[in-house]
Ligand binder design. Structure first.
Ligand code: AP5
Length: 225
């Protein structure tokens, strides 16, 4: 695939928990030269640091429910005012409600910007459950692994920084089922919102990480014609 500098770069990676939003955003941020903005990572950092927002979010995140729109919109609004998003961004995990999608549109409009595409990654639930129960994450640098599908070179240790790998508190099978229910009830309606705005693109999220990245790049390349 050719140099991506001309691509539109204001993307939302959308989909149920475990479809690979974070993995793909990490893989593609270098390709597109834009930051990866994950509201899940921002919340987990706030929880670790014990900020007022983190304290408010901790129990909600561990239960796999959504934190209030006002809290997350405040966090993302501040992030979208940072200088490094001038060239664009890949959003992962936001928006997750129609209210958040409306907030994002208003914020970008206020900056004279708009979304280029919302990429919906489609993955069957059985594959999602396998991906999430086997996920292990480096708390130090955030790199994500999978016990069987993307194992680290040394068991339990991050390939990138050598820190210990952990299982996320919300990656138990019980909480995963709850998160999928939350997705169906509160987040899936966002697809219709973007469908009417002409920015929604469907991408098959099953396959190797590289295969899925290539599909996303192909979609983005077509947007710029
Ligand atoms: P968040 O961290 O956003 O969780 P999520 O949306 O549930 O998504 P995940 O991180 O679980 O999955 P992913 O799609 O990124 O998959 P990944 O790439 O890691 O949010 C956590 C919580 O924070 C929420 O439940 C909520 O409480 C709160 N929150 C966050 N944003 C919010 C918002 N906007 N509003 C309100 N509350 C909010 O991949 C999963 C696994 O599969 C990994 O092990 C990976 O290595 C593996 N994998 C990925 N792709 C492939 C592939 N192609 N082949 C093989 N393995 C793969």
């Amino acid at each position: 695939m050719g140099a991506p500098s001309h691509y539109p770069v204001r993307l939302v990676l959308f989909g149920a928990p475990g479809v690979g939003k974070g993995t793909q955003a990490s893989a593609l941020m270098g390709r597109f030269g834009v930051p990866h903005i994950s509201t899940g990572d921002m919340l987990r950092a706030a929880i670790r640091e014990g900020t007022p927002q983190g304290q408010q979010a901790r129990d909600i995140v561990e239960r796999g429910e959504l934190v209030p729109d006002v809290l997350i919109s405040e966090m993302i609004g501040e992030r979208l005012r940072c200088e490094d998003v001038g060239t664009g961004f890949i959003l992962d995990g936001f928006p997750r409600t129609v209210g958040q999608a409306e907030y994002l549109d208003r914020t970008l409009e206020g900056q004279g910007r708009r979304l280029d595409a919302v990429i919906n990654l489609a993955v069957p639930e059985a594959v999602i459950a396998e991906r999430l129960t086997g996920r292990r994450v480096c708390e130090a640098c955030g790199t994500s692994f999978h016990l069987a599908l993307r194992p680290p070179r040394l068991a339990g240790q991050c390939d990138v920084c050598g820190s210990e790998l952990k299982q996320r508190a919300d990656d138990s099978l019980y909480v995963i089922q709850g998160r999928l229910g939350v997705y169906a009830r509160q987040t899936a309606p966002v697809l219709a919102y973007y469908g009417t705005r002409g920015v929604l693109r469907e991408v098959d999220g099953v396959g190797t990480v590289e295969q899925v990245s290539e599909r996303i790049e192909a979609v983005v390349a077509r947007l710029s014609r």
